[in-house]
Ligand binder design. Structure first.
Ligand SMILES: Cc1ncc(COP(=O)(O)O)c(C=O)c1O
Length: 387
C-alpha cells in the first residue's frame, strides 16, 4: 500500500482537517471499527452465551496475539482500558510497600495524569514524589541517565519513567535505567503510553517490573484498549482497581473480569494487529519516522527555530518550541489548539515545559509533507498577526 493522503480514506478522519495529532487519541481504521462492531453485534445477539462461552477464549487469543507483537510473556500480560489505568493499578497496589520518607522518582517530562497519581499516592502514604529536570530539546541519553542516576539514593523505591514522553516526544533510554534500578533493588514502572506500534517493542528484553502501554494510540485498536505487563515476582501483589468475581484466583483471571463492560475494544486487538501487519511494520516505522524528521527540519528552517538536535531520540512525533511569545494562562494549550483548529483546520497538540510553549506534531501513514507545509503557512500567518 502506498502511504500518504490518498490512504486517509481508510480512516473516518475529516478530509477538511490536517490531522497532525495522532498522538493524543490515535485514530482507528474503518476496517478495525467494522470488526469491533461485528463483535458487539455478536455479543448482543446472545449476551449470555457470549460472556459465558466466547469472551474468555477470545480474550486469551487477543492477549496471546498482543504478547507476540510486543515481545511480552503471555502470562505476564493483562488488558486494561488505558495507560492511566495501568499506572494507577500498579501504584495503588504498591501503596502498602510505601512509607513516609520513601521516594518515587520521575522526570519533568511525565504525563500530567501520572504526576497527579503520584501526588495522590504520596499524600496517602507519606512518600515523596521527586521530579528530575531533564532539559529539552538539548538532552541526550547520556545526560538523561546521569541526571536520573544522580538522584537515586537509598530512599528511592520506584522509578516511573516514560518510554516516549508526552510533552517532548523524546524516547527515553529505559533499558539502561531499568538495569541500573534493578542493581539497586529499585522498582521500575514504565509509562509506555505511546510506544506500542511506534517502537519495535520487546518487553522481555526491556525487563521492567511493570510496563503499561496503549494499543489505542499507535496500534490502531479502538479506544479503551491497553495492557499492563507485570513481572512474575509481583503478580500476586498487583490487583485490578475493581475487584470482582475472580478475586483470589490467578493474576490473569482477576483482570479478565472487572465487572460488565464492552469487551469489543480488547477483542479488536486481532484485527488491529492484522491491519498493522498488512501495512508492514518496518515500512510504517521508516515512513513515519522519516516524515516526522523531514517535517521537523522543514518547520524549524521556515520558522527560524533552532534545528532539532537529535532525530534518533524521536519516533513518530516531535515537539517544537512555539515561535511566538504568548502570555501564560492555565488554559493556554487548549486555547492554542482551538485557535489552530478554528482558523486553519489543523489539529495540533500544545504543551508547556519549564515555562516554554511547544507544539507537538505527529506522522502517521495517512500524512505527507504537504500537511506540514500547510502548518508552516498557518504558523507564518499566526506570527504575522501576533508580533
Ligand atoms: C506519556 C503518556 N502517558 C499516559 C497517557 C494517558 O493515556 P490514556 O489517556 O490512554 O490513559 C498519555 C496520553 O497521551 C501519555 O502521553
Amino acid at each position: 500500500m502506498e502511504f500518504g493522503n490518498k490512504i486517509k480514506s481508510e480512516w473516518l478522519l475529516d478530509d477538511n482537517v490536517t490531522f497532525l495529532n495522532h498522538g493524543s487519541f490515535g485514530a482507528t481504521p474503518i476496517k478495525v471499527l467494522k470488526a469491533k462492531e461485528e463483535i458487539e453485534r455478536r455479543l448482543e445477539r446472545e449476551p449470555l452465551s457470549f460472556f459465558a462461552d466466547e469472551y474468555f477464549v477470545l480474550l486469551k487469543e487477543s492477549v496471546s496475539k498482543l504478547s507476540k507483537f510486543i515481545g511480552a510473556k503471555e502470562e505476564n500480560l493483562v488488558l486494561v482500558e488505558n495507560a492511566t489505568t495501568g499506572v494507577n493499578t500498579v501504584l495503588h497496589s504498591l501503596e502498602k510497600e510505601l512509607k513516609p520518607g520513601d521516594e518515587i522518582i520521575t522526570t519533568n517530562h511525565v504525563y500530567q495524569g501520572v504526576r497527579n497519581t503520584m501526588e495522590y499516592i504520596c499524600k496517602k502514604t507519606g512518600a515523596k514524589a521527586i521530579e528530575i529536570d531533564i532539559p529539552f530539546p538539548n538532552a541526550d541519553n547520556k545526560l538523561i541517565i546521569e541526571k536520573i542516576r544522580d538522584k537515586i539514593n537509598e530512599k528511592t523505591k520506584i522509578l516511573i519513567i516514560d518510554h516516549i514522553a508526552s510533552p517532548t516526544a523524546l524516547i527515553f533510554p529505559i533499558k539502561e535505567l531499568i538495569d541500573f534500578c534493578r542493581s539497586k533493588g529499585i522498582l521500575t514502572l514504565v509509562d509506555g503510553a505511546h510506544a506500542p506500534g511506534m517502537l519495535d517493542l520487546n518487553l522481555e528484553m526491556i525487563g521492567a517490573d511493570f510496563y503499561t502501554g496503549n494499543c489505542h494510540k499507535w496500534m490502531f485498536t479502538p479506544k479503551s484498549c491497553a495492557f499492563l505487563s507485570v513481572s512474575k515476582k509481583w503478580q500476586s501483589m498487583i490487583k485490578p482497581l475493581t475487584i470482582s468475581l475472580f478475586y483470589g484466583k490467578s493474576f490473569s483471571e482477576e483482570f479478565a473480569w472487572t465487572g460488565t463492560k464492552n469487551p469489543a475494544p480488547f477483542l479488536s486487538l486481532s484485527p488491529a494487529i492484522d491491519f498493522y501487519n498488512s501495512l508492514n511494520f518496518d515500512n510504517v516505522k521508516d515512513y513515519n519516522h522519516n516524515l516526522v524528521c523531514e517535517a521537523t527540519e522543514f518547520i524549524c528552517k521556515e520558522l527560524n527555530i533552532p534545528e532539532f538536535p537529535d532525530f534518533e531520540m524521536l519516533g513518530f512525533m516531535a515537539s517544537i518550541e512555539f515561535p511566538v511569545k504568548v502570555p501564560m494562562n492555565e488554559h493556554l494549550t487548549m486555547e492554542l489548539r482551538n485557535h489552530f483548529m478554528k482558523e486553519y483546520k489543523i489539529e495540533l497538540s500544545f504543551h508547556i515545559l519549564n515555562s516554554k510553549v511547544f507544539f507537538r506534531i505527529s506522522s502517521q501513514v495517512y500524512n505527507e509533507i504537504e500537511d506540514y507545509k500547510k502548518l508552516v503557512t498557518a504558523m507564518k500567518d499566526f506570527i504575522s498577526k501576533n508580533k
